[in-house]
Design a protein around this ligand. Structure first.
Ligand SMILES: *Cc1c(COP(=O)(O)O)cnc(C)c1O
Length: 452
């Protein structure tokens, strides 16, 4: 039981030597409020207190409270899960030069909507679009906030209150609540579902188009696989049919690979270049999936359609910001220079050889123990379902796995491991080389000698 009369005053605590660093760090107003809160909670419930409320102890509590309340909720983590495009961990880490470009633009003014030659207002939409045109051969391009916004914007601008023809097999949920049919409805477009869950043929498309439509749409079923008795027309056939009925074809690619995933022992993910070559009028995809750049939605295609999309009021609401555009331009440049595999982290991870991964896992093992085992990494991010990449992971088979994983998550920086089948795995594929030292230090702290 605490003698409340002995509690120090706020002013006295503010003058204490232990308050000085807090005042430096957080400012007078925040520190005062937190001191008042701690004193108040002691007064409210003195029986509950088990500690001697010395000035030092009270200030210690104030400090913890401040740290807890003010530490940013968005913090960097080490991803040892082996999922390359981990949606919950922010998808693609950016290349060195993308980071530099963003930081350079962040700290000052920029030519975001300024024409240096004319000395007056320029257009935001020129950024990245030149590089995108050069890379893909598309007539024009527009960058928006993300791919969900890109799909919504395309449909709103081109098909509001009109029919959009799409196969039932493509009415998918991507994750995070993005459902193709719901987005289509939100745009005001009328959904015309054709075919069955597993099969759709050209005739199904043709009869729907005969009834009149504004758009023919294909959505890549990014995150699941349809196997067995299935069929759907080739993209080329679909595009030709759409054009026969003078309707544009929209292809939502999702990931939007510019490199061929089959070169890395994975299934072939549809590529942006292939869609454009098949005659598709508009392609849209994410900036932070297999492109390996910042969060963005990219719309590519026929100039007159992109122009119409740019004029729609929603375009303003979903526009990309200057940091995104800076990071995207730097990322695209890697592809133009033919160095994507070397410079873009997700491609470096995807193309890492099993041998190199084994070497890294072994180096970790030499420092912290455990066992190096053959395992599988995945691409994730709602792409390449069921596809895996062979890897070597450092593995521990120890009691209290879940608690151990939780302790790793609470370290600084947090370390995200994979727990599966009674073992804990750390996959070097998704750990950046510069994170190795932190990873080893964290494991040393938490995996005690007895567990090695
Ligand atoms: C991921 C995905 C989206 C959504 O993209 P975001 O960039 O996450 O908004 C839309 N369509 C498909 C087919 C996708 O795979």
């Amino acid at each position: 039981m605490i003698d409340l009369r002995k509690l120090p005053s706020v002013d006295r605590l503010l003058l204490h030597a232990h308050a000085a660093p807090m005042l430096d760090c957080y400012g007078r107003s925040l520190v005062t409020t937190n001191i008042q809160n701690v004193l108040e909670s002691i007064r409210q419930n003195p029986q509950a207190e088990t500690f001697e409320p010395t000035e030092e102890a009270i200030l210690e509590r104030v400090k913890n409270q401040l740290i807890q309340a003010l530490t940013p909720t968005l913090t960097r983590v080490i991803n040892a899960s082996g999922v390359v495009l981990h949606t919950n961990l922010g998808r693609a880490p950016l290349s060195r030069s993308a980071q530099q470009a963003m930081s350079e633009i962040a700290g000052g003014y920029a030519t975001l909507e300024y024409d240096l030659e004319k000395g007056k207002r320029g257009s935001r939409s020129v950024h990245a679009s030149g590089l995108l045109r050069r890379l893909t051969g598309a007539e024009d391009a527009l960058v928006v906030n993300n791919n969900a916004a890109a799909v919504l914007l395309c449909l709103s601008a081109l098909a509001s209150r009109r029919a959009v023809v799409i196969s039932r097999s493509q009415l998918v949920e991507i994750g995070g609540g993005f459902r193709i049919p719901e987005v289509m409805k939100q745009s005001g477009a009328r959904l015309v579902e054709i075919g069955t869950t597993n099969r759709v043929n050209l005739g199904d498309y043709e009869s729907a188009l005969r009834d009149g439509a504004a758009l023919l749409m294909r959505a890549h079923t990014s995150n699941f696989k349809l196997v067995g008795f299935t069929s759907q027309p080739e993209l080329k056939e679909l595009t030709a049919l759409a054009h026969q009925y003078e309707v544009p074809m929209l292809d939502d690619l999702g990931s939007g690979a510019l490199l061929d995933t089959s070169r890395f022992g994975l299934a072939h993910e549809p590529m942006v270049q292939e869609s454009l070559a098949a005659g598709v009028d508009l392609v849209c995809f994410s900036g932070d999936k297999l492109l390996g750049g910042p969060q963005a939605g990219i719309i590519l295609g026929k100039a007159h359609l992109v122009a119409k999309i740019k004029r729609h009021p929603l375009a303003r609401a979903v526009r990309a910001d200057k940091l995104c555009l800076a990071g995207l331009e730097a990322t695209l440049l890697h592809y133009l220079k033919g160095e994507a595999e070397k410079e873009i982290p997700i491609w470096r991870m995807i193309s890492a050889s099993a041998n190199d991964l084994k070497e890294r896992a072994t180096r970790w093992q030499q420092q912290v123990g455990g066992e190096v085992v053959e395992e599988h990494s995945t691409v994730g991010g709602g792409s390449l379902p069921e596809e895996t990449l062979p890897t070597f992971a450092l593995s521990f088979n120890i009691p209290g796995l879940e608690q151990m994983a939780a302790r790793l998550r609470q370290s600084t920086p947090p370390l995200i491991a994979r727990v599966q089948g009674g073992r804990l795995y750390l996959d070097p594929r998704t750990v950046l080389p510069e994170e190795d030292e932190d990873l080893v230090r964290i494991l040393r702290t938490h995996i005690t000698g007895a567990h090695r």
